[in-house]
Design a protein. Structure first.
Length: 221
């Protein structure tokens, strides 16, 4: 039986430690928010010492950025390809509903990693951290611009005001589920309806309002 080279073992050990810290940090930040979460809390959850967190991520702020970046890659980034599926009216409608349904699924999620993403983004909306501007530029803005492509495909000419109104309105209809406290959010979904069925109905309701006023005009590359 071949032995694993020592340097490979070392690399795997480092990766496992980093992943454990990142996972613990994601959970703690999502539960406490950036301000109230502490490095010691994260170390306790990850079962590592403070020196290792500082070694791999330097500061609490850098660790927070790493958490947001990892969640974006896993949860939100796949949505960036949706506008590229549009060819005509039918595929535009399909892409729009896919985007809205996915946004709702993330914002109303009850299980990780979508739940963690919703919690962190909801807290950034309500009580922005010191990294809010950086998060906005790297993650939130590209997502809005991507959705904006779908809206622009239904506009005969570019109108920044109308584009912003549509993007903000649709965004608000999803993000409300991310910022609502559990006791309030429970009012949205009737207890006797399957959650996935409910999300489908909400997506249909939102898209119904969009399709009443907008229709495919042109493909935006």
């Amino acid at each position: 039986m071949k032995s694993v080279p020592q340097d490979k073992k070392s690399d795997e050990s480092k990766k496992n430690t980093q992943d454990r810290i990142l996972h613990a940090a994601t959970q703690v930040f999502a539960e406490r928010g950036y301000k109230d979460a502490t490095t010691r809390m994260i170390c306790s959850e990850a079962k590592v010492n403070v020196a290792l967190v500082n070694y791999y991520f330097r500061t609490k702020a850098d660790l927070y950025k790493a958490v947001i970046g990892a969640l974006f890659e896993d949860v939100a980034k796949p949505m960036m390809s949706i506008p590229g599926t549009v060819r005509d009216e039918a595929t535009w409608r399909s892409a729009m509903r896919t985007w809205v349904r996915r946004s709702l699924a993330i914002c109303a999620a009850r299980k990780p990693p979508e739940f963690w993403m919703a919690r962190l983004m909801g807290m950034e909306e309500c009580v922005p951290s010191d990294m809010a501007q950086d998060i906005e530029q790297k993650f939130a803005l590209p997502m809005r611009q991507c959705f904006g492509r779908l809206i622009r495909m239904a506009m005969t000419e570019d109108d920044p005001v109308q584009l912003n109104l549509w993007c903000s309105t649709v965004h608000a209809q999803s993000v409300v589920y991310a910022i609502a406290k559990p006791s309030w959010a429970s009012r949205f979904c009737p207890p006797d309806i399957d959650r996935e069925v409910w999300l489908d109905k909400v997506a249909d309701h939102i898209c119904g309002g969009i399709f009443c006023r907008l229709s495919f005009q042109r493909k935006i590359d």
